[in-house]
Design a protein around this ligand. Structure first.
Ligand code: C2E
Ligand code: CA
Ligand code: CA
Ligand code: CA
Length: 281
């Protein structure tokens, strides 16, 4: 029994040597992920609830690790931020997303051009060349600037208000749209809403998900929607999963919605089929 115990513990240790996911470990793999063709972008539809039609997509990174399988962006984005891989990855993501949306838009009438939303992490936003990098990419791909929306979290924006103001002003001057991501979850003051040139507030899914059973969350969603209307900002509800939530958001006249009810984030190859269906809600 003692021998078997030892054998088992060796097997266990062997496994442990292969599997612990330490940030350092992930980082060396992250650096090779693009050249190994392990990265993909998925696209999640954003629906205009007034017309019931597709308005655009949010691009979301996916990592299919050769040995470990799919690793969530919740896990690898912080590592990429920490170690700096985020710069290469984001450049790739922006170029890929801009190229894709340009391709999909070619088949659509001028009045139905789709927007693409791309997430910008805090570390990138802190780079002085962040805005020029984005503009260079748009120019290279030929995507009109007003079809690109940059999503930045509220907490990133509040880290350095002066710098954020400068960066956002430059994005705005280039006609790029700005969306405050995870709105309502950060520690912030609402006063920035009239100093920053913002186009869109995205209500975090934590508020949407139990709004039909949690009265407080419903009131938060109602308040953000009204705030958006009063300040002439677009509002997107994220994480819409049920038709009850959809009905409630429509009753509040929330303009845009995104969530599994409409579609999960899907690969580029599935987007073609999605577009061909031309669904409305
Ligand atoms: P996020 O920007 O808040 O993105 C929304 C997340 O909610 C996505 O998770 C999306 O798949 C998920 N989601 C959308 N609708 C629903 C729904 O109805 N129900 C539920 N349960 N979830 C829904 P994902 O793709 O795992 O991304 C997680 C986070 O990773 C993102 O949160 C974002 O912060 C980060 N991320 C993903 N891609 C990128 C990227 O390209 N760049 C940067 N900087 N961050 C990224
Ligand atoms: Ca986002
Ligand atoms: Ca969110
Ligand atoms: Ca987020």
């Amino acid at each position: 029994a003692k021998e078997r115990g030892k054998a088992q513990s060796i097997a266990f240790e062997d496994e442990m040597r292969v599997w612990p996911v330490t940030p350092l470990d992930l980082d060396s793999d992250l650096r090779r992920a693009l050249e190994r063709d392990e990265m993909r972008l998925h696209y999640q539809p954003i629906i205009d609830m007034r017309s019931g039609k597709l308005a655009g997509f949010e691009a979301l990174m996916r990592w299919y690790h050769a040995e470990r399988g799919e690793i969530s962006p919740v896990e690898f984005i912080p590592v990429a931020e920490e170690t700096g891989s985020i710069f290469t990855l984001s450049q790739w993501a922006l170029r890929t997303a801009a190229t894709q949306i340009t391709e999909w838009n070619k088949a659509r009438p001028a009045t139905e051009q789709l927007e693409i939303s791309v997430n910008l992490s805090g570390r990138q936003f802190a780079r002085p060349d962040a805005v020029s990098g984005i503009i260079d990419c748009l120019d290279g791909v030929g995507l009109p600037a007003n079809l690109l929306k940059i999503e930045i979290t509220e907490s990133t924006l509040m880290e350095d208000v002066d710098r954020s103001t400068e960066m956002l002003d430059r994005l705005k001057a280039a006609d790029i749209k700005i969306c405050v991501d995870d709105f309502g979850t950060g520690y912030s003051s609402l006063s920035y809403l009239h100093t920053f040139p913002i186009d869109t507030l995205k209500i975090d899914k934590s508020f949407i998900q139990d709004m039909t059973s949690n009265y407080q969350n419903l009131e938060i969603v109602r308040t953000i929607t009204m705030l958006g209307q009063n300040l002439r900002l677009d509002v997107i509800a994220e994480g819409v999963e049920t038709s009850e939530q959809l009905a409630q958001l429509r009753a509040l006249d929330c303009h845009y919605a995104q969530g599994f009810l409409f579609s999960r984030p899907i690969g580029a190859d599935q987007v073609a089929a999605f577009l061909a269906e031309d669904k409305s809600w």
